[in-house]
Design a protein around this ligand. Structure first.
Ligand code: PGA
Length: 252
């Protein structure tokens, strides 16, 4: 009943020329009627052009972050309204690189989630523990804290149109993915945390796995009952890899 979803997080990669080549290959390789939702998340400056390239194809477009404020003197930022205006349907909020490198707090992530949600964008809320937190046995505690910060501000109803991505920080860009069992444990925990507020919303919520997903490991991770697709970093920059990952999600 949950339609799988695969999103490519391009991070700070690409040029106009490279993006055009990648999008062309994706449009050629994707099935006409995919049973999976698929999106790409380019850097801000390329959103408008990528949205035009994919227009009418069914391939979605998302941003990698959004300003929590609606408009005004916020140098360097882009609002949810602007992201909608250039053709985005999705926005990633709370990615661990934003939390870690750019010091985004749980409270700020919650405000960004709310800004996205209230302007009709689908937030892809990232949660996940660091290696030290995992080694201390704090995965569940950290993920709950990050989720509750959003649920308390946006309300569980907002989860009807949101997506959650479990991204263990130790698995991102390291080539070391979570095992299918580790992913399943965290995903079930995320679903239970939402179910504590609304069981129906939790049952319909798509929870993606992110962290070193490749064509070779996607199938076994996506086969887990609470894994509804993936948020793909490095492997989303190669058309053949990303297409194979989308096909693996489609198989479930
Ligand atoms: P990765 O990144 O697939 O390169 O590990 C995932 C992410 O950061 O979303």
């Amino acid at each position: 009943m949950r339609r799988p979803f695969v999103a490519g997080n391009w991070k700070m990669h690409g040029t106009r020329a490279e993006n055009a080549v990648l999008i062309e290959a994706l449009l050629l390789g994707l099935p006409a009627q995919p049973s999976v939702d698929i999106a790409v998340c380019p850097p801000f400056v390329y959103l408008w052009e990528v949205a035009r390239l994919v227009k009418g194809s069914g391939l979605g477009v998302g941003a990698q972050s959004v300003c929590a404020e609606p408009v005004g003197a916020f140098t360097g930022e882009a609002s949810a309204t602007m992201l909608k205006d250039v053709g985005c349907q999705y926005v990633i909020v709370g990615h661990s690189e934003r939390r870690g490198i750019f010091k985004e707090t749980d409270a700020l992530v919650a405000r960004k989630f709310l800004a996205a949600h209230s302007h009709g964008l689908i937030p892809i809320l990232c949660v996940g523990e660091t290696l030290e937190e995992r080694e201390r046995g704090q995965m569940a505690e950290v993920v709950s804290r990050q989720l509750r910060a959003v649920l308390d501000v946006a309300g569980v109803e907002a989860m009807r149109t949101a997506v959650v991505a479990y991204e263990p920080v130790w698995a991102i860009g390291t080539g070391k993915n979570a095992s299918p069992a580790q992913a399943q444990e965290a995903h079930a925990h995320i679903r239970a945390e939402v179910a504590a507020r609304d069981a129906k919303i939790a049952a319909a919520l798509r929870v993606l796995y992110g962290g070193s997903v490749k064509a070779t490991n996607a199938r076994e991770i996506f086969a887990m009952p609470d894994v509804d697709g993936g948020l793909i970093g490095g492997a989303s920059l190669k058309a053949d890899e990303f297409l194979k990952i989308c096909a693996a999600a489609q198989a479930h």
